[in-house]
Design a protein around this ligand. Structure first.
Ligand SMILES: Cc1ncc(COP(=O)(O)O)c(C=O)c1O
Length: 382
């Protein structure tokens, strides 16, 4: 079965373990196991880990973990949660379960490529809902009304959005639900960056709370800095959906790792300590980045409101791919070229890294931009 190459993953694979300043990464600066245990108030190696029997464990994910995940929502009980291999596993399983040849899917664009390429691979007709800087990278309701209809099986959203960092508030989500409900269209909202807003507790409303056919996917990777656990989930109150997903999941997952399940439970039970650290990093770095963009004439943007990424518009006559390759090879700074996200002329920056990496990476980036400008690469140059 043909599927398109995953642009971002192929790019990350080229340089992510060789660069010096990884400003392409989308996780909040990853934790070591020691740091995690410290944040959870544990001293040394927890005795219960030594006692953990390495069986398959609870097939859908432990009740303890599903309860801790449910606590991230208002109306989600443990039975509404299935634990998966990352949010990537949750998204995949949902498409595999719901989408048949000939189905109609609407997906925001740009976003994580899974949401276009997997339903296309299953033979769905996928219409893209364009997110543009002119509309602050938010869905245009007129466009949503034009695209979603009686044949639409699923509408894929991503809130907060990767790559743009835009944020749909509850009022906008409710308007989208009103459009989908008459057609009984599922709304899959990839909420892997939920919890990183600039103010308050950082959490935005979830589609799983707002809509009876809403499906929220999330994970430990980004907000909780634990991508190495490879642990995610789906949460939904949609009748019979999780039973159907379970039928598919039995064939490709069985259960997630027991160690991962256990560490994720510990982390979510101490989520306030982890979130305090994550907010300090993302909120501080967002301000540093905003100041840098304000002072950089060759870059413009629509400022991100949440998440860990932003799209930078590059005002130089060079392709985003060539720019990023030259940048990483000359300075060690890794960004992500817009071309692999379907947005030529743009660069994606990830600012969830340590404040020190961001500051040093931006210094190198300024230097590199000046160099290109003196080489006559400014837009409109002959
Ligand atoms: C929007 C979005 N969804 C899902 C994922 C997958 O995350 P994970 O499988 O690590 O939970 C990513 C990773 O970059 C992402 O950006």
């Amino acid at each position: 079965m043909f599927i398109e190459k995953f642009g971002v993953e192929r790019w990350m694979d080229l340089y992510e373990t060789r660069c010096t300043y990884n400003l392409a990464e989308t996780c909040v600066d990853s934790l070591t196991l020691d740091e995690l245990l410290n944040l959870c108030g544990r001293k040394g190696f927890p005795e219960e880990l030594g006692q953990l029997r390495l069986s398959y464990g609870d097939i859908p994910g432990s009740l303890r973990l599903r309860k801790a995940i449910g606590d991230l929502y208002q109306s989600i009980e443990p039975d509404h949660v299935l634990v998966t291999h990352g949010a990537i596993g949750a998204n995949s399983l949902i498409y595999e379960t719901l989408i048949d040849n000939g189905d109609h899917v609407v997906a925001v664009f740009p976003t994580y490529q899974q949401h276009q390429s997997i339903p296309k691979c299953f033979g769905a007709q996928v219409d893209l809902l364009d997110l543009t800087p002119e509309n602050n990278y938010l869905p245009d309701l007129k466009q949503v009304r034009g695209l979603v209809g009686p044949k639409t099986k699923l509408l894929a959203l991503n809130n907060p959005n990767n790559p743009a960092g835009s944020l749909m508030d509850q009022a906008l989500l409710e308007k989208i639900v009103e459009i989908a409900r008459p057609y009984q269209t599922y709304i899959l909202c990839d909420e892997v960056y939920r919890g990183l807003n600039d103010d308050g507790d950082g959490f935005t409303s979830s589609i799983a709370d707002l809509y009876e056919l809403g499906i929220s996917t999330g994970s430990m990777s980004k907000v909780y800095s634990l991508a190495g656990l490879r642990l995610g989930w789906m949460a939904s109150r949609a009748p019979r959906l999780l039973e159907s997903v379970m039928t598919h999941r039995d064939y490709n997952t069985i259960s997630v790792g027991r160690l991962d399940d256990h560490l994720a439970s510990l982390a979510l039970e101490s989520k306030n300590a982890i979130l305090t650290r994550s907010h300090a990093i993302t909120r501080g770095n967002r301000r540093v980045l905003a100041q840098w963009v304000d002072n950089e004439p060759l870059i413009s943007w629509s400022p991100p409101l949440s998440g860990t990424t932003a799209l930078l518009e590059l005002h130089l006559a060079i392709s985003s791919w060539d720019f990023c390759v030259r940048l990483v090879e000359q300075t060690g700074v890794m960004l992500c070229p817009g071309s692999v996200l379907g947005r030529e002329g743009f660069l994606r920056i990830g600012y969830g890294c340590s404040p020190e990496s961001l500051t040093k990476g931006l210094e190198q980036l300024t230097f590199f931009l000046r160099q290109l400008a003196t080489q006559g690469l400014t837009e409109g140059a002959a």
